[in-house]
Each structure stands twice: as structure tokens, then as C-alpha cells.
Design a binder for this molecule. Structure first.
Ligand code: N01
Length: 540
């Protein structure tokens, strides 16, 4: 594709929900923008992830763009929590509505990007060896984009069908009559297990860590739901903007220990019946900061698991012991119930780990063998840093992104890394990102970037970059905030604990979206305090 359009104003890497909205905003603001996308279609994670049972854990009416009333009125979701095909169809519909595809190069993966210091622009090289030049590059590559293969020897030896949930085949996967093994019990594992139970001849769920999961209580959306939604958009948006997770949910006003046991039980029961993890988490205001309150909420969920699963041994294995919601809380549609079915077996590999793949299945450390026709890997992602580090990015004076992030991701506002002028990440580490309804976080970043590019253009600024001092302050601020929460007490993908050798740093900004927005917008309003600005045509 070596590009004949000269130096673009902005190159966007990725055409998921972030890249799509950014392309629309910047194009409307008169910038010359090109987006490149590795997949043949828009949608990002919703294109690649297509395993059976996949639904969003944020409600449909909130997991859509809020910036356009026309889009909100033009699309009708069928269910409260949408399934993947409908979310992908929505992304495609938006691309059509906004005529985005003409500026997206599909089937194009950026392999390298190098800053040209004298010319003040980037040259990106695709894996086909073609080049694109742009003054600014924005990585809109998503926090959960690079699938993680498990650290288990012998994977190539296995002769059956091996499928990662994040790379599900486009053809039909027929498991009827088969013995299927599922490794991993996070959000993906729970959903695929629930979908395959009863379809596979036998389903063996290999669980290393049990998950806390809240029922979705999914149901069709009605005309009344839509009337209540479309008739109250400003109030609903205001509520979402005030919520730390960007969710339409009243702010909790008391701690879990500040109310009587009866009131607490009733509140939790109401939220459980309402469904969804974000609203359940918002039952009380101290669930993620006070270990005593956290234990009370955790005990409520543990009791629900014990009530649901009829075999007491299996129930005990499914009960998590770690602090509630310090790993991503799952949302399910009948997950715990599958263990009451014939043909579904929970294999606890916490004490007897999977030692290796064999030609026919899995062997545990104890020597026990599990012959399997198909193995599904729901083993997650190289979260938050994986997609950015998968591209070899060279900034000022030969500094690479791998070097800059060797001890964990550092940046200013999760938007810019010192030493990488004119390069931005959307919903990267150091921003609220995965702790929020990511659509709201995306919209904020895209709005911030659009304003930033407009300001730079108006002021004749050619180069913007995070100063090392402001970056150090932001990293310290992030660490101080996460240290005040319970998140850091549990190993999780939020802190790189799942990947051997990955720096163990809590990555998302834990201060909530409203506080984050205030800081990011404040810095912009204050002349981009913390960023160094260089006039166009002047050597930085
Ligand atoms: O991945 P995960 P995911 N032997 O990293 C296990 C979003 N998402 O794809 O915890 C045995 O959570 C590992 O065990 P352990 C959402 O943000 C959203 O499920 O390391 N097990 C764990 O159980 C989510 O959090 C939606 O002990 C091994 C599992 O693999 C994020 O994506 C749907 C193992 C990985 O869980 C990632 O979720 C799907 C081994 N050797 C995803 N290695 C919705 O919106 C790994 N595991 C609903």
C-alpha cells in the first residue's frame, strides 16, 4: 500500500470502536486521516472474538456510542446484554452510516513505526513492507487484543482441534458427541462453557482459579425500555458521567458496614436480581477499598454459588477465596448451573496443574490423563500493553517502546509516552480503560485528542510530547491511587501477573473516570501542562 497521499495528519492504528470514532471526528474537523486495520472488517475485538455464548458484560443501551443522538435513535438492540453478532453488526452499521470504510485500509497490520526527528513525522511500515507517513500516530489497538497462549509444554504435539476463544474459527465448530476440554475460567471461559454445556458430549472445565460471577438477568429489550431510554438521554448521560465506571447507575452513598445486616442482604439481593456486575459492584461505596466490606459482599456471592451448585465438593471448588472484584468480575447466564448437568465436569487444576499437552489431550502433574477431542483455550490476553508492544516503535534517539516499558508501562494520562512525540494511545494503561464502560472512556479520549489536534493546528504546533517529569508524576499518582485500593492485593491480568516475565505493575488508572476526565481536561485547558510543545518547522 505504499501510500501516495504524502504525509497524513493522523494515522490511526485499529478500526474498533476507538479507531472508528476517532476517524469520524478528525475527518469532520478537516484533518487528513488514514486508519489501518489488521482484520478485513471494523469492530476490533468484536470481530475477532466470536465464540459461542459471547456477550458484552455492559448493557447494550450503554455499550454503544453516546456522542450521537442520531445513532442512538437509529439502532435498536434486541436484548439487554447483546450477543457478539449484534455488536459486530452495530459496528458495521455505524461504519456505513458514517461512511468510514473509504479511509480504512483493511487487512493491513502495522509492524513498525519510526519517528523522523528532522521532518517531525512518523513512518509506519506494514507487515507487507509498505509505508505510510503521518505527523501523528494514534494506537487505537485495544486493551485486550493479543491472545495469550498458556504456558503449558507440548501444545504442538496435540492432534485434536485446538481453539483460542479470541481466535474462534469462522466455520461451524461442531462438538456434538465430543469430549471437550476448556482451559480457563475468566469472562471468556465462563461464557463458552455455558454455551457448550449440553452441546458437547462431555465438557471438562479445567479451573485454576475460580471466578466471581454475577448473573446478567438478560432479557429482550421492550418498547417501554426504549421509551424510558430515549426519553431521558440527558439524565442518563449525566448519571454515567458521574459514575466512576461510566455506568448509568446511582452512586452508592454508604459503605457495606454502615448498614444493618438485613439492609445489606436486601441491597445485594436486589442488585443480584437486577443483574450485571457493574451495578452489583456499586451496591456500596467501599467494596474495592475496605477489606471488611469486601468480605461481606464476597460472602454473599459465595453463598449464592453454594446455593446454586448441588454437589457440595464442586461448589466448594467454584467458590473464590480471593478478595471480591479484585480480578475482573464476570457476568454469566447460568454458568454455575451447568455443573448440575450430566456430562459437565469441573477439574480443579489449582493443586494438580496441567503438566503438558499429549497427542490426545492433557496430562496433569499427578499423571492423570484426560483424552480430549477438542481443547478450547480461554486463557486470556497479553492485556493492556500487548498490542502496543507488538509493534516495534522507535521514538526519539532510537528509544523503543520495548525499552521504555521494560519495567512496566509508563506514560502521561495513558495518552503519551515520553520520548515518543506525536504518538498517542487510546484507553491505554494509566487511563481508566478496562475498569470502566470502555465506550465512555474511548469517547473521552477521542474528544480529548480531537480538541488537542485542533489546538495544535490553531497554534501552529508541530510537535507535542509528554515531558519526563510530568510522566513520572502521573505514574506516581497512578501507583498511589491503586495502592489505596484492594486491587493490588490479588494477582490478576490488571497487574501483569498472568504472564511470566511481564512487569508486575497495576496498569489501569483506578481513580475513576470522572476524576480522570477532570485531570486530563484540566491539563489541556491549562495549555497542555505536562506536555512540551514545539512550533511547526522548528527543530524540537
Ligand atoms: O481471560 P482471563 P478472558 N492452566 O485472563 C486461565 C474481557 N472480556 O479471555 O486465573 C490453567 O480473565 C487463568 O487462570 P488463572 C474482560 O475484561 C469481556 O476470560 O491465571 N488455567 C484464567 O482462568 C476479561 O477480564 C467479556 O489462575 C490457565 C483464564 O485462563 C478479559 O476480557 C468476555 C492457564 C484466563 O482468564 C479477559 O477475559 C470475554 C494454565 N496454564 C472477555 N493459563 C465480556 O464482555 C491461563 N489459565 C463478557
Amino acid at each position: 500500500m505504499t501510500d501516495d497521499r504524502g504525509v497524513h495528519d493522523v494515522l490511526i492504528v485499529g478500526a474498533g470502536f476507538a479507531g472508528m470514532y476517532l476517524l469520524h471526528r478528525l475527518r469532520a474537523a478537516g484533518f487528513d486521516v488514514l486508519a489501518v486495520e489488521a482484520a478485513p472488517e471494523v469492530g476490533g475485538t468484536w470481530y475477532h472474538n466470536r465464540y459461542p455464548g459471547l456477550r458484552c458484560d455492559v448493557e447494550s443501551l450503554e455499550y454503544q456510542y453516546s456522542w450521537s443522538e442520531a445513532l442512538r435513535r437509529g439502532w435498536r438492540w434486541s436484548e439487554r446484554f447483546s450477543a457478539q453478532p449484534e455488536i459486530l453488526a452495530y459496528a458495521r452499521w455505524v461504519a456505513d452510516q458514517l461512511d468510514l470504510r473509504r479511509d480504512i485500509r483493511f487487512n493491513t497490520r502495522v509492524a513498525r513505526a519510526a519517528w523522523q526527528d528532522a521532518a517531525h513525522h512518523w513512518i509506519a511500515t506494514t507487515d507487507a513492507g509498505e509505508t505510510v507517513s503521518a505527523r501523528h500516530v494514534v494506537f487505537a489497538t485495544g486493551a485486550l487484543a493479543v491472545p495469550r497462549m498458556p504456558d503449558i509444554p507440548g501444545i504442538d504435539r496435540y492432534q485434536g482441534r485446538l481453539i483460542h476463544t479470541a481466535d474462534w474459527p469462522h466455520d461451524t465448530v461442531d462438538v456434538a458427541g465430543q469430549t471437550v476440554g476448556l482451559i480457563g475460567t475468566g469472562s471468556s471461559g465462563l461464557q463458552v462453557a455455558t454455551a457448550l454445556a449440553g452441546k458437547a458430549g462431555r465438557l471438562k472445565v479445567f479451573q485454576r482459579s475460580p471466578a466471581y460471577s454475577i448473573p446478567a438477568q438478560n432479557r429482550p429489550l421492550t418498547d417501554a425500555d426504549y421509551a424510558a431510554f430515549l426519553g431521558n438521554l440527558p439524565a442518563l448521560d449525566a448519571m454515567a458521567m458521574a459514575h466512576r465506571g461510566g455506568i448509568v447507575c446511582p452512586l452508592p452513598t454508604s459503605g457495606a458496614q454502615a448498614v444493618s445486616a438485613e439492609e445489606r442482604a436486601q441491597t445485594l439481593e436486589d442488585r443480584w436480581q437486577h443483574g450485571g456486575a457493574f451495578t452489583f459492584l456499586s451496591s456500596f461505596n467501599d467494596v474495592q477499598t475496605d477489606a471488611g466490606s469486601n468480605a461481606l459482599v464476597a460472602d454473599f456471592v459465595r453463598a449464592k454459588i453454594r446455593e446454586t451448585v448441588t454437589d457440595p465438593d464442586t461448589a466448594e471448588k467454584l467458590v473464590p477465596r480471593y478478595l471480591f472484584a479484585t480480578r475482573r468480575t464476570c457476568v454469566d447466564t447460568g454458568y454455575y448451573q451447568i455443573f448440575n448437568r450430566e456430562g459437565v465436569e469441573l477439574v480443579d487444576v489449582s493443586t494438580d496443574p496441567i503438566a503438558e499437552f499429549t497427542e490426545t489431550g492433557i496430562r496433569l502433574a499427578s499423571g492423570v490423563e484426560h483424552p480430549l477431542d477438542t481443547i478450547i483455550l480461554a486463557t486470556g490476553y497479553d492485556a493492556m500493553t500487548g498490542a502496543f508492544l507488538a509493534v516495534e516503535v522507535t521514538g526519539r534517539e532510537g528509544l523503543t517502546n520495548a525499552q521504555a516499558w521494560a519495567e512496566g508501562p509508563v506514560n502521561l494520562l495513558g495518552l503519551m509516552v515520553a520520548g515518543f512525540p506525536n504518538l498517542f494511545t487510546v484507553t491505554g494503561p494509566g487511563s481508566p480503560s478496562v475498569l470502566t464502560n470502555v465506550i465512555r472512556s474511548i469517547e473521552h479520549h477521542v474528544d480529548w485528542l480531537t480538541r488537542c489536534f485542533e489546538d495544535l493546528r490553531a497554534q501552529g504546533i508541530g510537535v507535542i510530547e509528554a515531558t519526563p517529569e510530568a510522566q513520572a508524576d502521573w505514574v506516581a499518582h497512578n501507583n498511589a491511587i491503586s495502592a489505596g485500593t484492594l486491587f493490588t492485593r490479588t494477582p490478576s491480568w490488571y497487574c501483569g501477573a498472568d504472564i511470566p516475565g511481564k512487569p508486575k505493575v497495576f496498569m489501569p488508572y483506578a481513580g475513576g473516570l470522572p476524576a480522570y476526565r477532570q485531570k486530563a481536561d484540566g491539563m489541556a485547558a491549562n495549555g497542555y501542562a505536562g506536555f512540551a510543545l514545539t512550533k511547526a518547522g522548528v527543530r524540537a
